[in-house]
Ligand binder design. Structure first.
Ligand SMILES: [Zn+2]
Length: 106
């Protein structure tokens, strides 16, 4: 990984276990928001969020190859959306212009 990209990830405190995917997203012009590698010491499954309409369409096509699935919106999301959250605290769906993908654990 290039030094400046490494430093940006350090500054943004991006989890080591998810940097491979963030690196690819940045290369494809996605504006990433919240991300987490999931697992021990972390809240839940690995997930990445990015701004709706950013990127070149690469991840929408390739996400399954990396084991990621889009998190669809659910009934629980509307109250969190009104409060301005980037993602739903209940189901993890992206809100307010964000798209969320997660990687289920098997
Ligand atoms: Zn929800």
């Amino acid at each position: 990984m290039k030094k400046n990209m490494q430093r940006a990830m350090d500054r943004l405190d991006i989890d080591k276990g998810i940097r491979y995917i963030i690196r690819q997203l940045w290369k494809h012009n996605y504006r990433t928001a919240f991300s987490c590698q999931g697992g021990v010491g972390h809240a839940d499954e690995a997930h990445v969020t990015y701004f709706f309409n950013s990127g070149d369409g690469w991840f929408e096509k390739k996400s399954f190859e990396y084991g990621f699935e889009i998190m669809p919106r659910n009934k629980c999301c509307s109250s969190n959306e009104k409060e301005g959250y980037q993602y739903c605290s209940r189901c993890g769906a992206g809100l307010n212009g964000h798209v969320a993908y997660f990687k289920p654990r098997f």
